[in-house]
Ligand binder design. Structure first.
Ligand code: ATR
Length: 278
């Protein structure tokens, strides 16, 4: 890749950032669309985050993605944040304006919903069950509330965390105890696992799917492994199942378009490329 003096530059800030798939993802799009630009990994320690963001903006970058552990700190680093970022309590995309303003947004809710909509025949309006109450669950619940679900049952091992999430976001979120998770699947149109259970190196998710309606869509936001035990068991009994990689791919679209001026497409070739070892 040879850049001109007019090249547009963006990147991802994390600590560590070496595990991030975003440089491969944006790099694929940049090459595919023949854009004079680059997307770089930026390892920034937490105590240097505000200085780094201000410096990158001053240096003329178009903007950045924000990953762990900076997503909450990014809220206060921005001059303006969108409604979703405020409700989720985290910024994952910043656009550095020509006027010097830092505009923060959160595209995780968008990425989650696009992934479900494009990969399963699913209609909003029913009951959803969300396992977990961390940052990812927040984005999922915002997406589902805005999509018009009538009840979003939030179930977390630490009940107080689920209660805080439901109190923060309000209706249609309701809280169920972790012990009742098996029965809480009754009548659900959608089941989403946002816990780390089932991820490579983590304990399995202990969840009996017997009460889940056969047409309910099952989604695991984890993509390592791509086919989790939950997705495999859902598919085996006939439920439509959607893996978590699409959320990562789709959440990247708004940032790419804002920084580089092209609305990028998510394709099967992109999926394969992002998951292939560099
Ligand atoms: P993220 O921001 O990615 O959602 P997180 O904030 O670390 O990550 O949340 C991880 C989720 O996995 C939480 O809901 C956590 O439950 P607690 O709030 O009770 O910690 C859940 N989780 C992790 N390990 C778990 C386990 N062994 N059993 C049940 N839930 C677990």
């Amino acid at each position: 890749m040879i850049l001109s003096g007019k090249a547009k530059i963006a990147g991802v800030i994390g600590w560590p950032v070496s595990h991030s798939r975003s440089p491969r993802l944006h790099g694929y799009w940049l090459a595919n669309y023949g854009i004079d630009g680059a997307y770089i990994p930026l390892a920034v320690a937490p105590d240097r985050f505000p200085t780094a963001v201000a410096g990158l903006a001053a240096a003329g970058l178009r903007g950045v993605n924000i990953t762990l552990p900076h997503k909450a700190a990014a809220l206060s680093a921005c001059d303006m944040v969108d409604d979703n970022a405020r409700r989720i309590g985290a910024v994952n995309t910043i656009v550095f304006g020509n006027d010097g303003a830092l505009r923060g947004s959160n595209t995780d809710a968008f990425g989650f919903l696009e992934n479900i909509r494009r990969n399963a025949a699913w209609r909003a309006g029913g009951i959803a069950v969300v396992l977990g109450a961390g940052g990812a669950a927040r984005a999922v619940c915002v997406a589902l509330a805005d999509a018009g679900m009538i009840d979003i049952r939030v179930i977390n091992r630490t009940g107080a965390r689920a209660a805080r999430l439901a109190a923060d976001l309000g209706a249609p979120l309701t809280v169920r105890d972790w012990e009742t998770r098996h029965d809480a699947l009754a009548s659900a149109a959608l089941l989403v696992n946002t816990t780390s259970l089932g991820m490579t190196g983590q304990p399995p998710l202990d969840l009996d799917l017997a009460a889940l309606p056969m047409d309910a869509v099952v989604n695991d936001i984890v993509y390592a492994p791509m086919e989790t035990d939950l997705l495999a068991r859902a598919r085996a009994r006939g439920n439509p199942a959607v893996d978590g990689l699409g959320m990562l791919l789709h959440q990247a679209r708004p940032g790419f378009e804002a920084w580089f001026g092209v609305a990028p497409k998510v394709t099967d070739e992109l999926r394969d490329f992002v998951m292939a070892e560099p």
